[in-house]
Design a protein around this ligand. Structure first.
Ligand SMILES: [Zn+2]
Length: 232
């Protein structure tokens, strides 16, 4: 099996314990209760790259003091990234989400860590933060769903931004996948289990969309994924 990087997934301890295939998996936490299991999984398996943070769906329920505890862990583990953080207009707590997102984005920048971002229909606020705050070394827009214009704007900003896609490459995503620069594109599953079949399905769809061979697409995605893992 060819090597690959799943640029955005989650962590199911039992599923990863059974997996012995190829690949690197950037596993994102969603809640504080995910942090310790993910750190211990990553300590046992170098193919698991952990990102710790609070997902916008779970910020309201987070226990007081979470940001200090997150910072303490990040200071102790210099290779850990920050994710999954972001903004989701499908939820009603946008002000709480915004505060938590900016806190984590700035924390990542100050500690020199990459961030993994979820953004659904909140592009005005998102682009405001990305264009006005000091950027972290790497910014991954997971399952990118903004416009071509927002992509162009973000690429021209100071942030080192990547755009990640899964195996749903139809509709308007077809155009986004086609126009994403070769040095900015990533592939992901967003699954909780290691899933190489879905990754290779996505890679072959992306190759067809961009009119390149599957091998060439796989290599581009692997090289970009490794850059993210190596923090630039
Ligand atoms: Zn996710």
């Amino acid at each position: 099996m060819k090597p690959f990087v799943d640029a955005h997934c989650h962590y199911d301890a039992a599923a990863f314990a059974k997996y012995s295939g190829a690949g690197y998996f950037i596993c994102n936490a969603a809640r504080e209760s995910d942090w310790a299991p993910l750190l211990s999984g990553a300590a046992r398996n170098r193919h698991i790259i952990p990102a710790l943070g609070l997902h916008p769906w779970y910020v309201t329920a987070a226990a007081d003091g979470w940001a200090g505890r997150l910072r303490d862990i990040l200071e102790k583990y210099p290779d850990v990234m920050v994710g999954e953080i972001g903004l989701d207009a499908g939820r009603e707590n946008m002000d709480v989400q915004y505060d938590a997102f900016v806190t984590q984005y700035q924390m990542a920048a100050s500690l020199g860590r990459g961030v993994h971002i979820h953004c659904v229909r909140a592009w005005d606020r998102m682009t405001h933060v990305l264009k006005t705050c000091t950027p972290p070394p790497i910014v991954v827009m997971h399952r990118y769903s903004g416009s071509a214009q927002i992509m162009a704007d973000l690429i021209s900003s100071d942030a080192n931004i990547y755009f990640s896609y899964n195996n749903a490459c139809g509709g308007r995503l077809h155009n986004l996948i086609d126009i994403t620069p070769s040095d900015r594109i990533l592939v992901e599953t967003d699954a909780a289990k290691p899933d190489s079949d879905t990754i290779f399905d996505a890679i072959s769809q992306m190759a067809a969309t961009r009119g390149v061979s599957i091998d060439e697409m796989a290599q581009i995605l692997y090289d970009n994924g490794q850059k993210v893992i190596k923090n630039g």
